[in-house]
Design a protein around this ligand. Structure first.
Ligand code: NFS
Length: 664
């Protein structure tokens, strides 16, 4: 891979070059200047007390090195990892907590600005949670009970998270057997911090076991709760068309960008930008209209539900400002580079922080409050409009953009395989069994300025689909593919292997399914569960021909996600240097021991070619163990016919007979 380029995204690279010519510093320059500390990078630096920091290095560090308290290298590396898991879990879960509060506020009439958009999803969730619905029960009463039940997940001290029971039985049994079943989200995070403080838990495996319990509280708690409430409030995504990259900004309209992770304010901004008064206000400032765009995961949330275009992922945030076209950039929480406040001063862009939890020096602050959501949204839109006349010629004015198809929720994937009345995972399982689809990869996680940014995602995306691997993507993995033009059905025609191509053509889907923001990795858990229940593959999540890959990860949230996949039974491969690389013992636990216990694992591998071969090896080994047909490109076994659009429509007309055999 070309090391000279800083981003594999051509439009991004053009802006980086423009910045270099104009002496504007970005994360790419800082990444060059600031080499990572090799001791901290590999997990060998202990900072949990102030006798140190103790750096556990040396030839025989694993056997001999001790901190002042006597902590060994494996203990230190394990503690560091568990703290990353705790931080990642806290981030997703605190977001989920706010979603639960919003659901409660809506259901109890405290806020009038939002309504429950997806009653069907509400009932689906209520059913799982054992809450009464239908039979004349008011929707808001059901929603209130759902919100309260979810809030219990945060404060529960003993017992099990609500959604533990949603996992396949065998997966649950493994969790109980190995003592990783999560109790309450807050409890697991607090306990992780306690155990890793000076002088508490020192046995590496014991520490990591609690790490997995905390991570599971993230996956089957924080992330899943957040996904479900967001669907209930704002609608479960269905495929729609949108666009990606910097060309989404318009020269003659007010460009307002939502960046961060929380969907609530962004949803309200989507609403108010369509109000005639707001459009008239923009026109009064000389603009032709209001153009809303997104970045990072807030972008994914509004892209999935409204087709709002995305300017891309994490490393595109400074570059977006450098187009000179953003009139206002609102940020909420997570993955927001503080550098944007300073950078924005070189342009006309207003950076607006909106969360009570997150401020940036030098940025404006307009605080979001769910009780006056519309008012806050209008205020923000007006700031953007007021700033439009201040736009200058300054900036790179890049115009590249690509079409994107996004919006593949669990529910839609189920639906697309059989229609509303016989929605199922049968065709997907059959295609895997027949070898038409070799396996499934979740391509997720951040983009990173330490590699040619988005380049590892793009390389793996193309190679995997060539190998007939269906990809489900989330977060900045989706943004990396979207800004490359990979999220279209044409991608299957041009690049997918023959089996995968047939499947994509039959259903009319891209070979890479954008399933949402990072919290929506939980959709992969429920999809894998549905595949286990469908039969013919593994009867638990573990053992499926499925792998998770986060080739450019940087966030602690990614570590929490990787670990909850590993504990749920999915082998995971992360790019970059290993944050536990200093300890062979920890590396062994996370790969071999976790695989024995959970059928999942967590590897770190900087070389993208090796990531690919590890992933394919896992997939082929799982196929062999399940006694599936050996994968050979272009050769498939017998399988039932996939349902195409026409057949599905026909079926829905006659929909009175459910379960009349699939795909016949
Ligand atoms: Ni995920 Fe989304 Fe992106 Fe990484 Fe950050 S935006 S939550 S953490 S950088 S994928």
């Amino acid at each position: 891979m070309n090391k000279v380029i800083k981003s594999a995204d051509k439009a991004a690279e053009k802006i980086i070059k423009w910045g270099e010519a104009h002496n504007i510093e970005t994360c790419f320059d800082r990444a060059e200047k600031l080499k990572p500390c090799p001791i901290g990078e590999s997990g060998a630096c202990c900072r949990v007390c102030h006798m140190g920091p103790c750096r556990l290095v040396g030839k025989n560090a694993e056997e001999e090195a001790r901190g002042i308290c006597g902590a060994t290298l494996p203990t230190v590396a394990a503690r560091n990892l568990v703290r990353m898991i705790a931080a990642g879990t806290a981030a997703h879960s605190d977001h989920a907590r706010d979603m639960a509060f919003t659901l409660f506020a809506v259901a109890s009439g405290e806020t009038k600005d939002f309504q429950i958009k997806d009653v069907r999803k509400l009932y689906r969730v209520a059913e799982i949670l054992g809450i009464e619905f239908g039979n004349g029960r008011a929707v808001n009463d059901v929603a209130k009970d759902v919100a309260l039940k979810f809030l219990e997940d945060f404060t529960r001290q003993k017992g099990e998270l609500n959604y533990v029971k949603r996992a396949p039985k065998k997966t649950q049994e493994r969790w109980r057997k190995w003592g990783v079943t999560p109790r309450g989200i807050d409890r697991e995070v607090v306990e992780a911090m306690h155990r890793t403080s000076v002088g508490v838990d020192h046995e590496p495996d014991h520490l990591l076991t609690h790490g997995l319990r905390t991570a599971l509280a993230d996956g089957w708690g924080g992330c899943m709760v957040s996904t479900d409430i967001t669907d209930i409030l704002f609608g479960t995504p269905k495929p729609l068309k949108a666009e990606a990259s910097f060309g989404i900004f318009k020269e003659d309209e007010v460009n307002l960008v939502v960046h961060g992770h929380e969907p609530t304010l962004a949803e309200m901004i989507v609403d108010v930008t369509e109000e005639p008064e707001m459009i008239a206000y923009a026109k009064s400032k000389g603009a032709k209209g209001i153009n809303l765009g997104g970045m990072c995961c807030t972008a994914n949330e509004v892209l999935m539900r409204h087709g709002i275009p995305t300017a891309g992922g994490f490393t595109n945030q400074e570059l977006g400002i450098m187009t000179g076209l953003i009139d206002a950039l609102t940020v909420d929480v997570q993955c927001i580079m503080p550098a944007i406040a300073e950078l924005s001063k070189k342009f006309h862009t207003k950076v607006i922080t909106t969360s009570e939890k997150a401020k940036i020096q030098g940025a404006m602050h307009v605080e979001y409050d769910e009780h006056r959501a519309k008012e806050v949204a209008r205020e923000i839109v007006k700031i953007a409009c007021d700033n439009f006349p201040n736009r200058t010629k300054e900036g790179s004015h890049i115009t590249d953009k690509f079409p994107v198809i996004a919006g593949f929720s669990h529910e839609y994937i189920e639906y697309m395989q059989g229609g509303r009345w016989r929605a199922s995972f049968r065709p997907l399982n059959d295609a895997i069994m027949a070898g038409r689809i070799r396996g499934v990869v979740g391509l997720a996680g951040c983009d990173n300025p330490r590699v040619p940014s988005t380049g590892l995602h793009r390389f793996l995306a193309v190679e995997l689909i060539k190998n007939d691997v269906l990809i489900v993507s989330t977060g900045c993995g989706s943004a990396a593919c979207g800004t490359a033009g990979y999220l279209t059905p044409e991608m299957a025609l041009e690049n997918a292997g023959p089996g995968l191509r047939e499947v994509c053509e039959a259903i009319g889907i891209p070979p890479i399914l954008h399933i949402g923001a990072c919290v929506d990795n939980s959709r992969i858990l429920t999809i894998a569960t549905a595949m286990a229940h469908e039969g013919g593959l593994s009867d638990e999540i573990g053992g499926m021909p499925a792998v998770g890959i986060a080739p450019e990860w940087m966030s602690e949230k990614a570590i929490a996600i990787g670990c909850y996949f590993a504990a749920s039974g999915v082998p995971v491969i992360f790019g970059g240097e290993s944050p536990v690389g200093a300890s062979k013992e920890i590396t062994k636990i996370m790969t071999e021991v976790w695989f024995e216990r959970f059928m999942g694992a967590m590897h770190f591998e900087p070389d993208p070619e090796k990531i690919l071969s590890i992933a394919l090896n896992y997939i082929d080994a799982a196929r062999e163990k399940l006694k599936l047909r050996k994968y050979e490109p272009g050769k498939f076994g017998a399988e039932r016919v996939l349902m195409d659009m026409a057949a599905r429509r026909e079926l829905e007309k006659k929909s009175a007979v459910p379960h009349a055999g699939v795909g016949g």
